[in-house]
Design a protein around this ligand. Structure first.
Ligand SMILES: Cc1ncc(COP(=O)(O)O)c(C=O)c1O
Length: 352
């Protein structure tokens, strides 16, 4: 397609097969939808929005609810259609030719695609044994690469490791540009970069309603940073980016925080049980995880073969073996207790 930039034409599009499956553990979604009474409340809240009017130019309701939750000023928040949209706005506003982004390897593959679209160079910091963060390597890399943006995914998708909190301060101080921490899975982990806000002017933290808040279908995420950083990233977003309906549903989720926090606690317990049960299966290496998914490596055969064998048994996992250093690896989301039993049983059969 000569109508497009050559690097775009050559890019393999980010894609996801829409496969109906009994046990869907391939996208790190919450295993439970919102309870019926909360969905009925959501319908009432949505109906109260004037569909014929544009919302206020600057989103206020959700921003204020977030400000209250986090104890930061409303001007420190930016909302988006999923954290993906905010990542895109961040890349477009901070990066470009000659303005490099530093990312872990392996990590969430969307980062590379966004960098390409922004025309920005990418430098990678390999993870230790391809799974865990090595803070010394990051300090060296920011000195060497002088990135305009240093992007941590913490906990990292798909390896599950978090960047150690105690090492984060040094990285933020050392980085010559922005430091973004994608905390899509932070509710399942023990740490967060939040403590460095609002002091650190170059820090931006990204969160989503897609995982811990059971709202992947809502498409809602947010960024927290200093008001100065927020006002620059905002320039890369389209006006009225988040629908007022979605924003109200975000407020409703926050009002019901105890429900979602309880669900997170039970998923963390389930994660422990899943890791233990997987660890008992022969021929499987299980990596520690601070997220709502677990990375495993099969000793024999290919990940693609195991993926297909699991699918035949009605279990849809993610084959991540194409990522650097993750040969023979699969990623399994932590599901409901029944889903976890089913995925362990299926894996036991497949590994036998
Ligand atoms: C690391 C990471 N960041 C961001 C996202 C995007 O989330 P959202 O649904 O908020 O766009 C995902 C989704 O899987 C993710 O794994």
């Amino acid at each position: 397609m000569s109508f497009f930039r050559p690097e775009v034409a050559a890019l393999k599009a980010y894609a996801m097969a829409d496969e109906a499956s009994l046990i869907k553990v391939n996208q790190n979604e919450a295993p439970w939808d919102w309870p019926e009474d909360l969905k009925a409340e959501a319908a009432r809240v949505a109906a109260a929005v004037a569909f014929n009017r544009y919302p206020p130019f600057e989103e206020k309701t959700l921003t204020e609810a977030l400000a209250k939750r986090w104890g930061l000023p409303p001007a420190s928040f930016l909302v988006g259609n999923g954290s993906n949209e905010l990542l895109q706005a961040l890349f477009l506003s901070a990066l470009g030719p000659g303005r490099k982004v530093l990312v872990p390897s392996p990590t969430f593959s969307l980062y590379r695609q966004l960098a390409l679209m922004a025309g920005a160079p990418v430098a990678e910091v390999p993870l230790k044994d391809s799974v865990a963060y090595k803070p010394e390597a990051w300090i060296k890399a920011v000195r060497r690469e002088k990135p305009a943006l240093c992007l941590l995914c913490s906990p990292n998708n798909p390896t599950g490791a978090a960047y150690p909190d105690e090492a984060l301060g040094d990285l933020i101080t050392e980085a010559p540009g922005l430091v973004a921490v994608d905390e899509a899975y932070a509710e399942f982990a023990s740490g967060t970069a939040r403590a460095f806000l609002p002091k650190q002017e170059n820090l931006i933290v990204l969160r989503t309603f897609s995982k811990a808040w059971g709202g992947a279908g809502l498409r809602l995420g947010y960024a927290m940073a200093s008001p100065a950083v927020v006002s620059q990233v905002r320039k890369a977003l389209l006006p009225y980016n988040v629908s007022p309906v979605t924003a109200c549903l975000g407020v409703l989720a926050l009002k019901n925080a105890p429900l979602f926090e309880e669900r997170v606690r039970s998923l963390v317990v389930e994660r422990g049980k899943l890791i233990e049960a997987l660890g008992r299966l022969p021929g499987l290496t299980v990596f520690p995880s601070q997220a709502n998914f677990v990375l495993v490596r099969v000793a024999k055969g290919t990940a693609a073969e195991r993926f297909l064998a699991l699918k035949k048994r009605g279990v849809l996992v993610r084959d991540v073996s194409h990522l650097a250093g993750l040969e023979r690896c699969l990623r399994l989301s932590v599901g409901s207790p029944e889903e976890n039993k089913a995925q362990v049983n299926a894996l036991a059969e497949v590994m036998a």
